[in-house]
Design a protein around this ligand. Structure first.
Ligand code: ADP
Ligand code: ZN
Length: 345
């Protein structure tokens, strides 16, 4: 690996990191280069085809940028367990070509820089926490309502992974009495995503969601499901901000409906002024608009660089401690002083 100080010579802003950001979606890949202040300088989009066709295009975009690190927010499910053999893989996706693809590893091997890897929605919540609507929050959630539904969760100052990563877009919600639509999730039929994703709206009402703006019953139903999800997340995670993004949330009339119905479901139980009096500032659209994910990916790259520096510093400390110990043990016999322990990082 090149000397960090030299790596981005001639590119970017002096004194700032040069970070690659990739928002890997099921239909398109958004690539950008920027810095730790969230400033983006160059971007491009490529269709998501197969790994064989798409990975080389991503690598070509980043290869000569003199990056210090890359951050990737990825569609999933993905493996985020650093101790797993398949860390950084896309695992069980409905896109067959990408099942068991070593996505982060392929990028790291080709680019030779640390690669931060997380879900697309965790990238988006991180972007909003660092630069957007949830700035200064210790805990926040980002719900995207689009082709699928996903929830990025930032709690107590960090992104939540847990056993693998939350999949709260598939939470179970109560069917509304007026709704006859069975739901379309291949796993759960009538989970949140099955009932309230963009394609569910289209299938239920026979037209794309964007063309149903004037149909009140569509948004009454949709807000009824989203509000159940928001109330469940508030009760479970106690976020300081709830951000609702994704294509379906372009229907701005959803916001007042979701706020009112969430308050109705919680029914004053929390006795918390953010929820009871300031709903307009509590449940909000992303301040970064469509850039939440890509700007969050910058910060995933920065975090991974810090993580790898931490590892190097720890290994160095261990090596010097080991060396000091061998010096203390040294009794004049040079064979005993030879250190056979190898340090690697
Ligand atoms: P994706 O989830 O695929 O990354 P989006 O967040 O843009 O992308 O979500 C796409 C979904 O959002 C589609 O199902 C589409 O019907 C719906 N959608 C896009 N724009 C609008 C709009 N203006 N109003 C309502 N629904 C929309
Ligand atoms: Zn489901």
């Amino acid at each position: 690996m090149m000397n960090d100080g030299m790596r981005n010579a001639g590119k970017g802003t002096p004194g700032l990191l040069r970070i690659g950001a990739l928002e890997a979606g099921g239909t398109k890949m958004v690539c950008a280069v920027g810095n730790e202040n969230g400033e983006l300088e160059k971007r491009a989009e490529f269709p998501t085809e197969t790994p064989e066709r798409t990975l080389p295009r991503l690598i070509d975009f980043f290869r000569y940028e003199g990056l210090d690190a890359l951050g990737v927010g990825c569609f999933g499910p993905v493996d985020l367990n650093r101790n797993s053999q398949t860390y950084g893989y896309i695992t069980n996706t409905p896109k067959p070509a990408w099942v068991n693809c070593d996505f982060a590893g392929s990028l790291r091997n080709a680019l030779g820089v640390p690669v931060g890897f997380d879900t697309d929605v965790n990238g988006a919540v991180l972007g909003e926490v660092c630069f957007g609507a949830a700035r200064g929050c210790e805990s926040a959630v980002y719900i995207t309502v689009g082709t699928g539904i996903g929830v990025g969760i930032y709690v107590n100052g960090g992104l939540l992974h847990g056993l693998m990563h939350p999949e709260a877009g598939h939470m179970f919600v109560a069917r509304l009495p007026e709704d006859r639509y069975p739901g379309r999730c291949p796993y759960h039929k009538s989970c949140l995503e099955g009932l309230a994703s963009g394609p569910a709206i289209t299938e239920r009402f026979g037209r794309p969601a964007a063309e149903l703006a004037g149909r009140n019953e569509v948004w009454e139903l949709e807000s009824g499901y989203i509000a159940q999800a928001v109330a469940n997340l508030i009760l479970t995670l106690s976020p300081q901000k709830v951000i609702l993004g994704g294509g379906v949330m372009h229907q701005k009339q959803l916001f007042p409906l979701v706020r009112k119905k969430t308050a109705g479901l919680l029914n004053g139980y929390l006795s918390c002024s953010a929820v009871d009096k300031n709903m307009d500032e509590y449940i909000v659209p992303p301040a970064l608009g469509d850039d939440a994910g890509i700007r969050g990916a910058l910060m995933l790259g920065k975090a991974e660089l810090e993580h790898s520096h931490g590892h190097k510093a720890k290994a160095l400390e261990e090596a010097s401690e080991h060396f000091a110990q061998s010096l203390r043990n040294y009794d004049g016999d040079p064979r005993k002083a030879r250190d056979t322990k190898k340090t690697s990082w």
